[in-house]
Design a protein around this ligand. Structure first.
Ligand code: XLS
Ligand code: NI
Ligand code: NI
Length: 439
């Protein structure tokens, strides 16, 4: 086992059960425990986000970096990248997660030219490949950072300058190559700058057509190189753009349909992005899942009082229970997983906080999984839903849905049927039942 950057954690975090007082132990997440026909690890497929966990330094728009990491000290950027990689794999092993995710520019530094950046990436990818082999940790998804470099300040795929759009495409090509080299199971597109600041200077239709071409080129390329990877789009309504084109699940799915891209993408749903869009997490998961398009999840949470992407670790069991209901009801995430796109707070400067944060997030989802599994097994909620729509399973309801009757036949039926009998929606009772399962 790697042992250098986290000296205080001497052995992998173990499951000790809910009565344990050990802060460095799982209380609910028990990797090999079967829940239904899969182990917890198979259900949850946890992943660590490279950018927040190893590159996050506490910098915010009002303040300088507050966090100094041991692995971020070397003077040469490539040495820092190699140290960071080693720290990352040590962390994955000690935490006991099977997956990680990165942006190209998290794992390797940007060079003075595009060619230099590509070379840097290639070198670090080779080192990452070795560490994956050594530790058994796998890549859940790769992606390209097309928002940090000021060249992308007016967008990447949607940039009004064709040279910059081409540069973004070339960068994605390299990020897809890196993902392939590392056996990544998914590739994510998150377009933080694919949107607008003002409509006064923006041709919204043209920019979306450019985005469609951008995605189509990516689809063509993955086919060309024979890479069986799942493409995912991660919706977010705004931030850093004022308006992002992939606003939420519904608008992203519509965009894909409109531009003949529907079959080539699924969605990566982030909890905090859902709430920023004015939805709940389970709403976004449900919309994606109903379309057969829920591919993966960025597991985090926002803050009820702050209106931006605070990217906190998930701690709310109610939310993870409802999320796991959606995931279990669609039989899991397939190639996707639960990626902690979450960061410790600016004042959590101790590397141990990274362990506490992830342990908490993993336990919160493990509890959600256990509760959701029980509720589904007992049909605790689905029995109410089935009952609610029962009138569509026979008689006039079935005839309407089967297309056997139209307005005229329906009118005739209504005239003979008397007044409808109302029944209760039972919301409060269902809420009580959920709480009972949680307790
Ligand atoms: C930012 C996004 C980003 C994506 C990957 O808000 O969540 O981190 O997950 O580019
Ligand atoms: Ni995300
Ligand atoms: Ni986010």
């Amino acid at each position: 086992m790697l042992h250098k950057f986290f000296p205080k954690v001497e052995k992998p975090i173990a499951y000790e059960g809910k009565d344990s007082k050990n802060p460095l132990a799982f209380k609910y997440y028990n990797k090999d425990q079967k829940v239904g026909n899969k182990t917890m690890a198979e259900h949850l497929r946890f992943s660590v986000a490279y950018w927040h966990t190893f590159k996050g330094n506490g910098k915010d728009i009002f303040g300088d970096p507050s966090i100094n990491r041991e692995w971020d000290k070397a003077s040469d950027p490539m040495d820092r990248a190699k140290d960071t990689l080693e720290a990352a794999f040590e962390f994955f092993q000690k935490l006991g997660v099977d997956y990680y995710c990165f942006h190209d520019r998290d794992i390797a530094p940007e060079g003075a030219t595009f060619a230099e950046s590509c070379k840097n990436l290639e070198i670090i990818v080779a080192a990452a490949k070795e560490l994956q082999k050594e530790t058994g940790v796998k890549l859940l998804w790769g992606t390209a950072n097309l928002f940090g470099n000021p060249v992308f300040s007016q967008g990447a795929g949607s940039n009004p300058n064709a040279h910059i759009m081409a540069l973004a495409a070339a960068q994605i090509k390299n990020a897809i190559d890196a993902t392939k080299e590392l056996g990544g199971e998914n590739y994510v597109f998150w377009g933080g700058r694919e949107g607008y600041e003002t409509l006064l200077n923006t041709d919204l239709k043209r920019e979306q057509e450019q985005m469609a071409r951008f995605f189509q080129m990516a689809v063509d390329y993955k086919k060309k190189i024979g890479f069986d990877v799942q493409f995912l789009i991660e919706p977010k309504p705004a931030e850093p753009s004022k308006h992002q084109y992939d606003f939420d699940s519904a608008s992203t799915l519509y965009f894909l349909k409109e531009h003949d891209l529907y079959d080539h993408f699924k969605l990566n749903i982030e909890a905090n992005h859902a709430t920023l869009a004015g939805h709940t997490f389970e709403h976004e998961l449900s919309v994606a899942s109903a379309a057969g398009k829920l591919g993966s999840v960025d597991a985090n949470r926002g803050d009820y009082l702050l209106g931006w992407d605070t990217d906190q670790f998930p701690t709310n069991i109610y939310d993870t229970t409802l999320a796991m209901m959606v995931i279990l009801n669609q039989n899991g995430l397939g190639k996707g997983g639960l990626n902690f796109d979450a960061k410790v707070r600016r004042s959590s400067i101790d590397p141990m906080d990274l362990f506490y944060a992830h342990i908490g997030g993993m336990d919160t989802f493990a509890r959600g999984l256990l509760i959701a599994h029980e509720m589904i097994k007992d049909k605790a909620i689905s029995s109410f839903v089935d009952e609610r729509y029962k009138s569509f399973t026979s008689g006039i309801g079935a005839d309407i849905m089967a297309g056997k009757v139209g307005f005229e036949e329906v009118e005739k039926w209504v005239l003979s049927a008397g007044n409808p009998v109302l029944s209760s929606g039972r919301q409060e009772l269902i809420e009580n039942i959920i709480n009972q399962y949680i307790h």
